[in-house]
Write a protein that binds this ligand. Structure first.
Ligand code: GUN
Ligand code: FE
Length: 426
């Protein structure tokens, strides 16, 4: 099956620059971009040809590097507390309900469909403490057609509400989870080792999970240095030099590790993460909703850390990566307002974080992240003239202006078609 998309496209290159191509033919063979022809001659051959209309253009799909599938029912609720109280009051009570498979099935069906409809072609999910629910999320992603990392959440610190597993259960269930995700047999869906954070795990568990990740060559995800009370509690619990040092002691810092937040990292921690090749996932909306702090992405990047972007639902109040991009821009602008010497991120840099930056964080940039030949065709057709759009065209705009308007002021109504692996999923 071959597909050709003819029209303008916009993406980022490895240098982080925005590339705007007014006319091209992108040829897709069996889900992979086989050729990109700039200014094509008239007769391009393919089984299916899509010719973009005026005010339409193509961009790579968004990569949401951090979100909690089990927290979707709480979207928009509970932003009157900081992280630790928020977890106790709103989050753990909801997550407990995912021992019910029917509830899990209903929620995860909606999660995958909604994320795809807003253009998230790759999602890195925190799934559930429960293996069964976590596997259901993997099955949904495979069936509906989203590229996804699925993490069975590990927590072994005892709690009165029983929302934990003991160390043996955590390891046994994680091994079983990895097997069951493999059995789904989808190239799109992969397991990711997921210790929730050092306050809900102990060192033996984290060490065994690191060992498992190493033996199975798997990605790892967790949270780091999000909230000041959390950091204090972590340093009291572990008596190690820093938050990052806790993960390092467990051997959890690898090139395939992504850590959400990193709002309050010290220079020494950043140096350690850089040495280990570990990436940080910026979650700006969550950091504002839960009052965690203003994360300085430029500082992380300037010290050599690869940064991706996450919605962190439901710490974040939107599963739409366009909103995550805007939250990143606003946080960065606020940092500039607080410091005259600071230069805020611009919309091109924020778009990079949401696409190629995410792919590089997850070390999947050979497969996705932009529209270069050899990559999988994960892409969005953007239409600024679509009915009911917020972006009424009251004058004529250049292609780059239309792209900027979409980034700042568009929404999912402007995302008219979504492709993952060459398959149309919206
Ligand atoms: N740290 C540990 N668990 C969580 C969670 O569910 N959300 C956020 N934002 N931070 C966490
Ligand atoms: Fe999170």
């Amino acid at each position: 099956m071959t597909l050709a998309i003819i029209g303008p496209f916009i993406h980022c290159n490895d240098a982080g620059e925005l590339i705007v191509v007014p006319k091209a033919a992108i040829l897709v063979e069996n889900g992979m971009i086989s050729k990109v022809i700039v200014n094509p001659e008239k007769n391009v051959k393919a089984d299916k040809i899509i010719i973009l209309q005026e005010d339409q253009f193509l961009i790579p799909g968004f990569i949401d590097c951090h979100l909690h599938a089990v927290q979707f029912p709480n979207l928009g609720l509970g932003y009157d507390k900081g992280l630790l109280d928020w977890l106790e009051a709103y989050t753990f009570p909801l997550e407990l309900q995912f021992s019910n498979e029917q509830f899990a099935t209903r929620v995860f069906d909606a999660v995958v469909k909604r994320c795809l409809s807003v253009g998230t072609t790759t999602a890195c999910y925190f799934a559930s403490l429960y293996t069964r629910a976590s596997v259901i999320l993997g099955q949904k992603a495979a069936k509906i057609g989203q590229r996804a990392f699925i993490g069975k959440v590990n927590m072994n610190v005892e709690r009165n509400d029983n929302y934990y597993e003991n160390l043996n259960e955590c390891i046994k269930e994680t091994v079983k989870f990895i097997e069951e995700i493999k059995e789904i047999g989808s190239s799109l869906v992969k397991p990711i080792i997921t210790p929730r954070f050092p306050l809900s795990c102990d060192m033996p568990l984290m060490k065994q999970l690191a060992e498992l990740a190493k033996n199975e060559n798997l990605h790892i995800q967790s949270h780091i240095s999000e909230n000041l009370d959390e950091i204090t509690a972590t340093s009291e619990k572990y008596n190690l030099p820093s938050y990052a040092a806790v993960f390092d002691e467990a051997r959890l810092l690898t090139e395939k590790t992504i850590l959400a937040h990193g709002v309050h990292l010290t220079n020494n921690e950043i140096t350690l993460l850089k040495e280990r090749g570990t990436s940080i996932i910026h979650c700006p909306a969550s950091n504002t909703c839960l009052k965690s702090g203003l994360c300085d992405v430029r500082r992380l990047q300037s010290k050599g850390i690869t940064v991706g972007l996450g919605t962190d639902v439901s710490g974040g109040d939107s599963y739409c990566m366009l909103n995550a991009i805007r939250a990143a821009l606003q946080v960065s602008t606020h940092l500039e307002m607080l410091n005259q010497n600071y230069k805020a991120l611009d919309y091109k840099e924020a778009f990079y974080l949401a696409t190629l930056g995410g792919a590089k964080s997850l070390k999947i940039d050979k497969e996705v992240g932009n529209l270069e030949p050899g990559k999988q065709f994960d892409a969005l057709i953007i239409d600024l003239k679509t009915l009911n759009s917020l972006l009424e065209n009251l004058k004529t705009y250049t292609l780059e202006e239309n792209f900027q308007r979409f980034i700042y002021s568009g929404d999912d109504r402007n995302i008219v078609q979504v492709f993952v692996n060459g398959n149309r999923v919206k």
